[in-house]
Write a new protein. Sequence first.
Length: 124
Amino acid sequence: MPIDPKAPYDPNNIFAKILRGEIPCTKVYEDEWAFAFEDINPQAEVHTLVLPKGAYVSWDDFSANASNAEIAGLVRAVGLVAREKGLVEPGYRLLANVGENGGQEVPHLHVHIFGGQRLGRMIA
Ligand code: AMP
């Protein structure tokens, strides 16, 4: 069910539980600011999710309310994970779904990294 990107943060969303270690995941990366794991239902050969550790519902919430350090931390983590997965030279795609039209399902900001194959142009 699509989420409201301006709704208050729900600490019981599934990614909050993953961040707290209450639900297992295939962890890829973690630092002070960000956490990355493999998508449970991959849509490409590589499909990894990168989250800020802070409680932000969406890109809208994060871009308006996160500190510069949190924003830098997430952006650097996304780049680092893509580099570590060897995606830079062949290329990759980033996606952050926001709200109903964006099809966002989990109300904790996450950036999708897609790669490992030719992805076609933009959205289908
Ligand atoms: P979005 O539509 O941008 O909110 O994407 C949510 C993504 O989270 C989807 O690609 C799901 O496959 C993925 N997902 C949902 N639950 C889990 C989980 N427990 N572990 C890993 N990925 C998940």
